[in-house]
Design a protein around this ligand. Structure first.
Ligand SMILES: [Zn+2]
Ligand SMILES: [Zn+2]
Length: 354
């Protein structure tokens, strides 16, 4: 085994402690990655509060209270297994939320490893084939199969690119699935880690983008990201004026909320896509029926889409707007994220882990 250092939460605490953690010895198709930067995702908070169980994991009850979070990171390959063909030491790579999958089911064969029937192996909180639980990117080193690492395009800043690997692909997949391009009208609900990247990607795809917000103070930030403007969801006259205006409403809100006002903004045959909240939300089918509207969701993306997303980001100069903190300030990042006090994503610099 290899030993590295990481930040671990125990029993739901956001006061993470620096602990030694173990990584497996390299298998022939493994690479070892020195982690340079790791984004701080809302799912990390959920996992911490859930006592170590990763969001959506089928073995969620198996969490033992300890977790090293982190599933959007960039770094440098330090060592490659004997059978590795795509990377060598010194290469810059990016890693997201999935580090393995069965490779044989219909979803894996279709390049949608994110929907693997065996459930994809999550970067942290997942149960690996050898019975160990994966530990995430709030650490200095990670070991994974080369096929779940992505070459980080030279054009992308490695710190600001880290959030592309969860937040970025999470919004890229619904934008692509809805066929968003020049002339499309897209509304983005929630302007956080996911939402701000959705605005950037949708604008770069050629869409006219509107941010939906309960407060007007986000208008300037929305325009700076490429949105045409902001629609105040607390203003009934603005909502009425925008009725059935959007081909896609991309809902990144992480708390429970009412879908009816959002569905009224969706055009005939348009889509409301939920990517921020994974839980039960009531929906009145009448709100879908009137206008033949679609309600959908998705979670990150498969390997082909992830590679395509990175390529598009490099071509259009898209990265996250981040606040970079030394990893020793991880507790500050988590507590501020919890109260929504970040524009728009925290990224940890792991170099202080030596
Ligand atoms: Zn995430
Ligand atoms: Zn599979």
């Amino acid at each position: 085994m290899r030993t590295t250092t990481g930040w671990q939460s125990t029993h739901g605490s956001t006061a993470l402690e620096q602990v030694p953690i173990q990584r497996r010895d390299l298998r022939p198709d493994d690479i070892a990655v020195r982690i340079d930067f790791c984004g701080v995702c809302h799912s990390d908070l959920h996992a911490i509060h859930a006592g170590g169980a990763a969001v959506g994991s089928p073995d969620a009850s198996a969490g033992d209270g300890a977790v090293v979070p982190g599933h959007e990171f960039t770094g440098t390959v330090t060592e490659a297994g004997s059978g590795v063909s795509r990377f060598r030491a010194g290469d810059r790579v990016a890693v997201g939320t999935i580090v393995d999958s069965c490779g044989a089911c219909p979803m894996c064969r279709a390049g949608q490893e994110n929907y693997c029937y065996e459930f994809p192996l999550l970067t942290y909180g997942g149960l690996d084939a050898d019975g160990s639980r994966t530990q995430g990117g709030y650490s200095r080193e990670y070991v994974l199969r080369e096929s779940f690492a992505y070459a980080l395009p030279p054009a992308l800043d490695p710190a600001a690119a880290a959030p592309l690997m969860c937040a970025g692909i999470t919004v890229w997949e619904p934008l692509r699935a809805a066929g968003i391009g020049p002339g499309s009208r897209v509304a983005v609900a929630g302007l956080g880690g996911l939402g701000h990247l959705a605005v950037r990607f949708a604008a770069a795809l050629g869409a006219e983008v509107t941010v939906l917000s309960r407060t007007a103070d986000k208008a300037e930030g929305a325009r700076a990201l490429g949105a045409e403007g902001l629609l105040l969801t607390t203003d009934a006259s603005q909502l009425d004026a925008a009725r059935e205006r959007f081909d896609l409403v991309l809902d990144t809100i992480s708390a429970p909320h009412d879908l009816a006002p959002l569905l009224r903004l969706v055009t005939v045959d348009g889509t409301l896509s939920l990517v921020g909240f994974l839980g039960e939300l009531p929906v009145n089918v009448m709100d879908l029926m009137a206008g033949r509207k679609r309600l959908t969701s998705s979670g990150v993306g498969g390997r082909p889409q992830t590679a395509q997303m990175l390529e598009f980001a490099a071509e259009h100069g898209i990265t996250a707007q981040i606040e970079l903190l030394p990893s020793a300030k991880v507790e500050e990042a988590l507590t501020r994220l919890e109260r929504g006090d970040v524009r728009y994503r925290f990224v940890l610099d792991l170099s202080d882990l030596g």
